[in-house]
Design a protein around this ligand. Structure first.
Ligand SMILES: [Ca+2]
Ligand SMILES: [Ca+2]
Ligand SMILES: [Ca+2]
Length: 386
């Protein structure tokens, strides 16, 4: 009886809302992003940061944050829980001087562009030093303040004013580029990313553009110029690419993130200057995980921010046949059974179908509590938010 009464109350509220002309908000922007969570504050303790300059993520595994102020790497789970740390100031093995770039390879090993020491260091995912290479200079396997590093199947790419490709053991493979503003030239580039086809994307920071190369260094696309409009940049320092080849740029001077398709067509933008959720202060690093969550090293705000993709393609939650809906258009599908309202039946359905949801639905659409898992905590969240 109580349920029926509540239903009538809800329906009555909807009628009132319709009469007030505000019942149907615009749909959440497909292709857009919503703030999911953040972590970090100034300090030297676990989970605290001093100039977090870059971030990388291993599939659906750990997130690695590189700090230059207190030079070290910290590993976290995707919801920001501290896992481990390594590094420290210096030029000894496993130490860093003003490091600016970090990347994780498909085998889980972590590479750091140890900028001030003009070298690259490679670690196991738990921080154990594996190998390193590089000396100051402009010759083969030498570096002049290498600021970014990219990982792909097989090899590694390091960029200073040019790109050098290496095998993971440090053996030199090839080089291209050099200082300048012409095609295939770079001005103080601070970001590099590689997709699964080994296509290379460079955040050509000083030239306010992105350049895209085939694995052999052939330039195939470039986009951007100085400005604040869509597809324009101000000193973009970070770049990432997802499994579909979409490109994410930390548009540092514009305090925002821009997303492009693999050919440079603008898709979406989010962020503005500030310190609130979804606001930035000179974001320098960016990463995207296998579920499509985007991580930004919000350098000036001394934190990592995580954003969830807003998706419109979801399946009916088995064993129901109606499509779930997002009743309040916040990007979370809270009406699990598709009857148009968030109710106790949705809580029951979530509980009974957790395993199915985890393997069939987009994570970002159903992870109610934002911990990057479909779990009982989401059932509790839904119940508490009826
Ligand atoms: Ca919702
Ligand atoms: Ca429902
Ligand atoms: Ca969850």
């Amino acid at each position: 009886m109580k349920k029926n009464k509540n239903s009538w109350i809800v329906m009555g509220m909807l009628v009132v809302a319709v009469l007030a002309g505000c019942a149907v908000p615009a749909a959440a922007a497909e292709g857009g992003y919503r703030f999911a969570s953040s972590w970090g504050q100034v300090g030297t303790g676990d989970g605290e940061f001093s100039t977090p300059v870059d971030v990388t993520v291993y599939g659906t595994g750990n997130v690695y944050v590189l700090e230059s102020g207190n030079p070290r790497v910290q590993a976290f789970t995707r919801d920001g829980t501290f896992v481990s740390k390594w590094g420290g100031p210096g030029n000894g093995t496993g130490q860093f001087t003003d490091p600016m770039g970090i990347a994780v390879r498909s085998d889980g090993t972590v590479f750091v562009a140890d900028t001030g020491n003009d070298r690259v260091q490679r670690f196991a995912g738990n921080g154990t030093f594996l190998n390193g290479w590089g000396t100051p200079g402009t010759g083969q396997s030498q570096f002049s303040t290498p600021r970014a590093i990219g990982a792909c199947r097989g090899s590694m790419l390091v960029i200073d004013d040019r790109i050098q490709r290496f095998m993971p053991d440090g053996s030199f493979v090839a080089t291209w580029g050099g200082a300048g503003d012409g095609d295939g030239r770079f001005a103080h580039p601070e970001g590099i990313a590689v997709d699964s086809a080994r296509t290379v994307f460079v955040a050509d920071t000083g030239n306010d553009r992105v350049q895209k190369f085939l694995p052999d260094g052939t330039l195939v696309a470039k986009w951007g110029s100085n400005g604040t409009g869509p597809g324009e940049f101000r000193s973009p320092a970070g770049i990432a690419v997802d499994s579909a080849g979409n490109v994410y740029v930390a548009d540092t001077g514009n305090q925002r993130i821009q997303k492009f398709d693999p050919n440079g067509s603008f898709i979406t933008v989010w962020g503005t200057g500030g310190s609130g959720n979804g606001e930035f202060d000179t974001p320098q690093g960016i990463a995207v995980d296998a579920d499509g969550y985007v991580y930004a090293a919000d350098t000036g705000n001394i934190r990592i921010q995580r954003f969830a993709p807003i998706v419109s393609v979801v399946k009916a939650v088995s064993p129901e046949t109606a499509l779930p809906t997002d009743t309040n258009v916040d990007g979370l599908y809270d009406d699990m059974n598709g009857n148009g309202r968030r109710d106790f039946a949705d809580v029951v359905l979530f509980f009974n179908s957790m395993t199915w949801i985890a393997s069939n639905e987009p994570m970002a659409a159903f992870d109610c509590n934002g911990n990057t898992r479909i779990d009982f905590a989401d059932v509790i969240w839904l119940f508490n938010n009826l």
